[in-house]
Write a protein that binds this ligand. Structure first.
Ligand code: BES
Ligand code: ZN
Length: 644
């Protein structure tokens, strides 16, 4: 990508930038000898390998954004003003993260008077983006950066009206985790730094803007919006969306934002959200973020959900009409404790976010929907982990990972963090009992609230607060196996589900030819039972078997993505081509990576399938999110000769 942004590869040249026309001319700045900070500092063990920031020297404590949402140009443009807390007052530069930003000018000052500052934007690193080094003539309290994003910004998606439900209004949304905030705000893009923020956002008049902040359900829709986020958050929780959004309350502190055609359906599907918050509070203490709202995004959203504080972003693919997939909301809500309140300080320890959250999610599901629902989800999750683990190298099967130096945290994230992490906490719960383990986990959240932490700190806390106080329950070797050894420890207890036993029996009867598909007792099955039914099928079926299942259950064309994502690969492996039109429609409509990647992966295994997948992707691409595009391109890249 060619950028208009000036950059000089020569280390010595800091660029004297032109000031934005509307600002007072700044006094000339004296030439600054490049400080040691401009050169590469050796990686320290506490350093976040996925950020150029130097929090040991300075931390950003507050961010003020003033941005215009420009749908015609597909850019955000304006200023970001950062408040700085200098740990090293002699530091000669402020180093920020950025990716593909056009920087128009940088000033420093005390908030009243400003002076132009020199800066250097390093060449773009494929993973980290461009290191932005701003020369500091002293420990300035603030810097103000005038900039714009590019239409291809990795953390933003811009949708034309045609790509929305209502077809009249454009839509845009951000996805900052893991390291995409830097593509729309220049900042210290590391979860190790927390800051508060405020924002002034302008949009076309008929467009509503919302952020991971204090959204006012009654705010007039006038194209001029102000937000504050008084709790300190890491950069990956910065979020914005704008479109034809309306609000529906769920209860006094929870509600749904969605396009008008989706709003009532979404509010109904998510009507248990209030009860979920109550349940989580009983277990882990007060919800500390004010409101909890859910924004339903278009189906191109690359994830199931994203725990943006006060405003979870969610895929519409979980709105299936029977609440069978609302554990996604339990998950994102759970992050209000595990993640948003207590955060991994770098991405190698993401199990502290996702593993803890999957554990808390399951506790909410069990409390609201019963132990059978929780059991089914555990069996499905662990089956998925076992499958995924076959392709994960041993070093990546640990919970406490090595620093992700040279790696993209998006691609390094696997079910190990989620499901092995959850399994470990379930192991601790079993050994110590809920009477001991629940208060322990609550204390972890309370003692580390609004901080960023790592696996070493968790181990210290675990030893001091659980193991030492309750001797004889778990050995050091067992804990070591969970945290520092690959695979699932042999002593881990398996999950089982009574309802799945009945599914296994039904599938067995049908496979043995003892029952026709239409005779199976499936009337009360929920999504999870259908998922288990399909997952337990042999690697391939005959085309006749595929067709008899489809005649009975209409899997092809299912609106339920959890079913579709498992059914389509089975049809492909079985050599049944009749699902192809439905597959093409599914891959064109949905951008949630977890749902579409198994089908792309299966297609890519044969040359004919690969050709079909490439043709489908070429059509779907303009409607896909940059994060999804990267994943699909990797799956469809040229590989050693595929099977004919
Ligand atoms: N925080 C994650 C999404 C994420 C993780 C985005 C890492 C980028 C990098 C979110 O909470 C999540 O885990 N979403 C899941 C849903 C969940 C029910 C497992 C998803 O999107 O599938
Ligand atoms: Zn999560």
């Amino acid at each position: 990508m060619r950028l208009a942004t000036p950059f000089h590869s020569a280390m010595l040249a800091l660029v004297l930038l032109p000031l934005a026309a509307c600002q007072k001319p700044a006094p000339a700045v004296t030439e600054i000898t490049p400080p040691a900070t401009v050169s590469e500092t050796p990686a320290m063990s506490t350093h976040d390998a996925n950020s150029y920031a130097e929090p040991e020297k300075v931390v950003v404590t507050h961010l003020a954004l003033d941005l215009a949402v420009n749908f015609n140009k597909k850019v955000l443009a304006g200023t970001a003003t950062l408040d700085l807390d200098w740990k090293d007052k002699t530091a000669a530069a402020l180093v920020l993260d950025s990716r593909d930003l056009n920087i128009a000018g940088i000033e420093g000052g005390d908030g009243t008077t400003w002076q132009g500052l020199k800066y250097e934007l390093a060449p773009r690193d494929a993973i980290l983006g461009s290191k932005l080094s701003i020369a500091m003539p002293g420990a300035l309290a603030k810097v103000r950066i005038t900039y714009s994003s590019v239409p291809e910004a990795s953390g933003l998606q811009w949708l034309t009206p045609a790509m929305t439900l209502g077809k009249k209004t454009p839509f845009m949304f951000s996805q900052s985790e893991a390291i995409h905030a830097r593509s729309w705000v220049p900042l210290q893009d590391t979860p190790g730094v927390r800051f508060t923020y405020e924002a002034h956002i302008t949009t076309p008049k008929n467009v509503m803007a919302v952020m991971s902040a204090d959204n006012d359900p009654k705010a007039p829709r006038d194209g001029d919006y102000s937000f504050t986020m008084p709790q300190a958050i890491p950069s990956y929780l910065m979020a914005i969306a704008a479109g034809d959004l309306v609000f529906r309350p769920i209860n006094e502190r929870a509600g749904v934002w969605a396009e008008p055609a989706m709003a009532d359906k979404a509010a109904k599907e998510f009507e248990d959200t209030g009860k979920m918050i109550d349940t989580a509070e009983q277990l882990y203490g007060p919800y500390r973020w004010g409101r909890y709202d859910i924004l339903v995004l278009p189906p191109s959203f690359p994830f199931g959900g994203m725990e943006n504080p006060r405003l979870t972003f969610a895929t519409p693919t979980v709105i299936v009409g029977d609440k069978s997939l609302v554990s996604l909301i339990a998950h994102e809500l759970a992050h209000s404790w595990s993640g948003n309140l207590v955060t991994n300080s770098s991405w190698k320890d993401i199990w502290l976010n996702e593993g803890f959250t999957t554990y808390v999610q399951d506790r909410i599901v069990e409390s609201l929907y019963g132990v059978e629902a929780s059991d089914m989800e555990k069996v499905i999750a662990r089956h998925g982990l076992a499958e995924e683990m076959k392709d994960i190298k041993p070093d990546d099967q640990l919970l406490a990972l090595a620093p992700l130096t040279g790696r993209d945290p998006d691609e390094a994230l696997t079910s190990v963090a989620y499901i092995k992490g959850q399994w470990f906490l379930t192991f601790l719960e079993d050994r110590y009992g809920r009477a001991v383990f629940d208060p322990f986990l609550r204390k972890w959240f309370d003692d580390h609230a609004f901080t960023s932490t790592d696996s070493a700190e968790f181990e210290r806390f675990l030893d001091a607060e659980l193991v030492a106080k309750n001797p004889g329950k778990a050995t050091a070797a067992e804990l070591h196996a969970w945290l520092h050894e690959p695979g699932i420890p042999a002593f881990a207890s398996a999950a089982s589900s009574k309802r799945f036993d009945a599914v296994d029996e039904a599938r067995g009867h049908w496979l043995a030819g003892h029952a026709a598909a239409t005779d199976l007792d499936t009337a009360k099955w929920t999504t999870q039972e259908w998922v288990h039914f399909i997952e337990g099928m042999p690697e391939t079926l005959s085309v006749a078997q595929i067709q008899s299942l489809n005649d009975a259950f209409h899997f092809t064309g299912s609106a339920n993505g959890e079913i579709a994502q498992r059914w389509y690969p089975l049809t492909i492996r079985s050599g049944d081509l009749s699902a192809r039109p439905a597959i093409a429609a599914f891959l064109a409509r949905i951008g949630r990576r977890k749902l579409i990647m198994p089908t792309y992966g299966e297609l890519a295994k044969t040359s004919d399938g690969l050709a079909f997948a490439r043709a489908v992707f070429a059509k779907a691409r303009p409607g896909l999110h940059p994060i999804t595009i990267v994943s699909v391109e990797a799956a469809l890249a040229d590989k050693p000769p595929a099977k004919p």
